[in-house]
Design a protein around this ligand. Sequence first.
Ligand code: SF4
Ligand code: SF4
Length: 438
Amino acid sequence: MKKSKYLYPYEKNGFYILSGSQWNVYKVEEEVFEKIKNNNINDMEEEVVQRLKKELLLFEDWENEDDIILDKFNEAIYGNKLKLTIIPTELCNFRCVYCYETHNKGKMTDDVEQAIVKFAKRNAKDYSSVDIEWFGGEPLLESSRVITLSKQIKEVCKNNKIPMVSSMTTNGYLLTQDILSQLIDANVLYYQITLDGPESIHNKMRPLVSGEGSFNKIYNNLLDAKKVDKYFKIAIRINVSKDNKDSINELLKKLDRDFGDDTRFTVIMETVKDWGGDNECVSNDTLLEDRGDLEEEMAILGDNLKTHSNFSESAVGRMCYSGRKNGYVINFNGEILKCARAQYESDEIQKKNLIGQLMPNGKIEYKSSDAQWLKIYWNIKYDGKDCDNCWAKPNCVLSICPLAKVANIQPKCLLKEMGKSIDVYINTTITQGKYKIV
Ligand code: SF4
Ligand code: SF4
């Protein structure tokens, strides 16, 4: 018998283990904790051994843990869930200071919309589910198209007896009660809307094209959304950098007061970052080095308004769509891309990103291979550190931004990114009762 190579013991008001491969926190007896910590697992009770084996915390000597993890990776990468990111328009009514997009390319035509419906009709039978993310530009500049296209794809999925769910990243400025209600009817149920601080800070970070502030309109839309008597989820995302860090607490208190009584609203806080696994981009020195403070803020807030950290997702959950075989972006002009962001990178990267072109009959005319986006990056090395002995490696591997791989950029070290927030994250998980007892 041997223990998993990817365990992080944590001792505070009890005995816990974070599994770097399952990304679960487990509560164990003190005796079990000591045995695992001291690598003395041969005289454990059989019942306990069976429970720990089931959770992949212990293995038989002949088992290869990495093979088992790789099976899981492969399922995530090659599984037959279709994940489409659809960009109905590249235009935007905002000019956020950290945005990498140019907002001058254009918007979808009726012909491309019809080609997407034909694509769905041709291919839906090959997938077990369809997951659509509406992205932009600002997708709600084209809300009618999103609603009609979403309804048509929903119908195709219904005819093929597969589930379809969709989500949207929007700036929230045009998300009125009426539009929200229509979107929900078209199965657009999950929203991410960014507020970058209290009014004065947000307005500097996320102004309208005219330069005017956007905070009040977004905030009133969020308050109005509470009146919509339907199921949806809105994650209010706060991008934190050195510039707005000190004002975040004020915003969190306001959000807690106004939305703490409605479980459809949650808060996600993320550090503004460069190619770190999200669609944010900056290249100055305002990046936070350690996200521990954010996790601490979120832990305090957790009583009313529910907070959510990207780190509470498993690696498979956090894995970018572009690293999945069936993950594509359909651009407003029918281009099939792997990564929404890579279209703003160098010509060489853009070429690797352009997988094909959607034709009017719903077929894809392929232009380049997607292979380099999918390779498992198991042998990462970060700053000369020996990743082989790292307890977080399985989670780190799938968290890597595929664009960074394609561009030959040094991947981000998950441990470095999490910093002291690992302990805060475990503590919050325990406080919120989200651990498993084994
Ligand atoms: S490949 Fe990287 S930059 Fe592109 S969407 Fe995924 S995580 Fe973001
Ligand atoms: S890059 Fe960092 S988190 Fe990832 S495996 Fe290496 S040491 Fe661990």
